[in-house]
Design a protein around this ligand. Structure first.
Ligand code: CA
Length: 227
């Protein structure tokens, strides 16, 4: 059973889908307004969002971007025939799958099952949350207090490697090998330099660490502040 949100302005489609998916054992919520849908999608607690592209209040593509800026929840986009040209753009903007109207409840159910299998196998993964810090590996976005951090590729890899091991001290040697692919780097300052920049971007310093704690002679760990 999955928690599903349907964002669809056409009442008969919305009600028909809701009834079908509830009949398949899912917990279903449905909304007809794009803005309300985006709001609900970003509140969390959902497994899949079904998003109609043709909404009266906001463009479905815009709604997708808004959801994606905050949440990694899988999104299946429902398009009309004449919107098919937009599919490539929609997938690039972060949709996980799409269906072309008219589609059957059975087809949608199969696509939901496929997405849930990918979620369970770890091919799709949700964001990691540590205190006010969120690291979304799927979307490659890290936010602090809801504000996206401007990180380079390596800074993001560094942060997500630590976020995946919260509270665990990771050695510089391991970081060099796993993040920088330099298995033999010994006296290298790469980690220290990136740590310093990352700390500045997280609003902390070596003297007053917050998320990034150095354990001298051992390595670095990411922690939830004040824990
Ligand atoms: Ca519509």
């Amino acid at each position: 059973m999955s928690s599903i949100l349907i964002i669809e302005d056409d009442q008969s489609i919305r009600q028909g889908l809701a009834r079908f998916l509830a009949g398949e054992g899912h917990s279903v919520e449905s909304l007809s307004s794009g803005m309300e849908g985006v709001q609900r999608a970003t509140e969390g607690g959902l497994d899949v969002v079904i998003l109609d592209l043709g909404l009266p209040d906001i463009d479905g593509g815009q709604a997708l971007k808004m959801i994606r800026s905050i949440s990694a929840v899988p999104v299946i986009v429902a398009t009309a025939r004449d919107e098919e040209g937009e599919i490539v753009r929609i997938l690039r903007d972060g949709a996980d799958d799409y269906v072309v109207k008219p589609f059957s409840g059975a087809q949608l159910q199969a696509r939901i099952e496929a997405i849930m299998r990918r979620v369970e196998s770890g091919t799709i993964r949700g964001p990691m949350i540590v205190g006010e810090l969120t690291v979304d590996v799927e979307q490659r976005v890290a936010t602090l207090d809801g504000t996206p951090l401007d990180l380079t590729r390596k800074e993001f890899d560094f942060l997500s490697y630590l976020a995946d091991r919260v509270g665990v001290v990771v050695s510089k040697r391991e970081l060099l090998a796993e993040v920088w692919r330099q298995p033999y780097g010994g006296a290298d300052k790469t980690v220290d330099v990136h740590l310093s920049v990352l700390r500045r971007k997280l609003g902390e310093s070596a003297a007053e660490p917050h998320y990034l704690q150095t354990v001298h002679g051992v390595g670095i760990k990411l922690v939830k502040p004040d824990s």
